[in-house]
Structure formats: structure tokens, C-alpha cells
Design a binder for this molecule. Structure first.
Ligand SMILES: [Fe+2]
Length: 264
């Protein structure tokens, strides 16, 4: 199975406006061009939040038009910059749980994906309230002994970047208590929010995060200055995930300005 992960697109209200020196829509188009050229055979595309920079109908309409170029299904999750209502207006087919949270499960040949909505409206950090926890408990109970995969916007752990660690998931212990008994069948955790390629493990669960197609967070392991986040001009990108019975490989495809590949 091949999965594409795109995260933190930050599409602007005026679809062709720039954000931090580049157009998020143009950057997304470039990522889509790359996916079509090299990964049109992917089973699905996972978009882990911050689809819009300031959650507007215009941004989501532009997103819908752009994603329509992809031959594979695209599964969307919200991030802290998104607006659930506007997102749902432009993607009315997006399933929601009984509480209106944009979370659901996805059955795949490699197991069941748990697509979690970690947004706390108006806050940059993530939350996972009792209502969402109850939904997740039900989904895990109904999953039998299937392999589990988790995808969400916010990381449930600190990653050593203080400016972003303050905006991680705040209900990580509650989430952990739900998934810990099933640790052995959880194959991977995908998140976004960090705007840089990161991999590791959380209490034994492997995780990864891709670059943003537009702007990156600097690898600054020291500075905490209020709610400011240090940005940087490292390459944009997305992740290509290869899944086999006994392996999960996460490739980070970087996107450069006008450069082409060559044979070594
Ligand atoms: Fe973001």
C-alpha cells in the first residue's frame, strides 16, 4: 500500500495571496504535480490539518478544486488553523461523528485508520475531550484485532522545539490510556503541525511528520518567546509512505524551485 501525506497547506483567503513569501496554493499545485508525476498509484492521500491558514470558504473551495486533480481519494483532517463549519460547507461529504467532530475510521487492506479530530476551536494547541474519547473507545472496541493506524493534526508529545511544544495535544494522557492496551497492534502515528520532517516513537509507537508544502518551522531547540514560532526557508515537501506486512517506510519528498533530478 502507498499513502501520500500532505500537511499544513495553509491556503489563504484570497487563493493566490502569498504567506511568508510564497503562495500556498501555488505550492500545493506543485506538490500535486509531483504526486501525479511519481505517485499517481498511491492508494489514498492523507491531509493532516491546517488545510487553510484562517479557515475560509474561499480557501476550502480552492482546496476542493485542486484536490480534484488527484486520481486517489483524499482524506481530510482539520488543524488549529481550520474552521470545521467552513470546511464542512465546502466538503459536505466529509463524515463527522455524533458530536460534530470531523473524525472517523477508514478500513484499508493494511488495517483500520483512526482519523482523529484534535482541534480546540480558537486555540493553537490540541485537545481530545471526553466526547471524542468515548467515540474512540467505541471505534477501538469495534475494530476486533485489526492493525490500527492513527492520524491527527497535533502531536501527543513534546518534540524538543519549545515554541511548538507549547501547542501540542493537551489530552495526551487520556488518549494514551485509551490506546495503550492496544499498543501491540498500533503500527504508526501520523501527525502534522510541526512543519518539518520528523520521525521517532512515542511510548513505543512509531510516528512521523512531513514538511509543509509552503513554510517550515526552524529546528530551534532553545527559544521560547511568547506564542511566536521561528520559521525558516527549508524546502517544502510531503511524505510518501510505503506499507508492507512487516514494514512501514516514510519517505520525505522535498520540492525545490525549478530544479530537476539527474542521474548520479
Ligand atoms: Fe500548520
Amino acid at each position: 500500500m502507498k499513502i501520500i501525506q500532505l500537511s499544513d497547506l495553509h491556503l489563504t483567503r484570497a487563493p493566490d495571496a502569498e504567506l511568508f513569501g510564497s503562495s500556498p496554493l501555488t505550492r500545493l499545485e506543485r506538490a500535486i504535480d509531483s504526486i501525479l508525476a511519481a505517485h499517481a498509484d498511491a492508494d489514498f492521500c492523507l491531509l493532516t490539518g491546517d488545510l487553510a491558514d484562517a479557515g475560509s470558504d474561499a480557501a476550502y473551495a480552492a482546496l476542493a478544486a485542486t484536490l480534484a486533480r488527484l486520481p486517489m481519494p483524499a482524506h481530510l483532517l482539520p488543524g488549529n488553523h481550520d474552521d470545521r463549519a467552513a470546511l464542512h460547507r465546502q466538503f459536505p461529504q466529509l463524515p463527522a461523528d455524533a458530536g460534530g467532530f470531523l473524525q472517523r475510521t477508514l478500513a484499508t487492506p493494511a488495517g483500520r485508520f483512526l482519523l482523529l479530530d484534535t482541534v480546540e476551536a480558537g486555540a493553537p494547541w490540541g485537545s481530545y475531550c471526553a466526547a471524542r474519547q468515548a467515540w474512540l473507545a467505541q471505534q477501538i472496541a469495534a475494530s476486533g484485532d485489526a492493525a490500527l493506524w492513527i492520524a491527527m493534526h497535533h502531536p501527543p508529545l513534546a518534540l524538543g522545539i519549545p515554541s511548538m511544544d507549547q501547542f501540542a495535544l493537551r489530552d495526551a494522557e487520556a488518549l494514551w490510556s485509551l490506546i495503550a492496551p492496544h499498543r501491540a497492534r498500533i503500527r504508526h502515528l501520523f501527525f502534522g503541525h510541526l512543519h518539518r520532517p520528523i520521525g521517532g516513537s512515542w511510548r513505543g509507537i512509531p510516528f512521523s511528520c512531513p514538511s509543509s508544502p509552503n513554510h517550515q518551522v526552524a529546528l530551534d531547540l532553545a527559544t521560547l518567546r511568547g506564542d511566536e514560532v521561528p520559521g525558516c526557508r527549508e524546502p517544502a515537501g510531503y511524505a510518501v509512505i510505503l506499507v508492507d506486512d512487516d514494514s512501514v517506510v516514510v519517505h520525505h519528498q522535498q520540492l525545490f524551485n525549478g530544479e530537476t533530478s539527474f542521474w548520479l
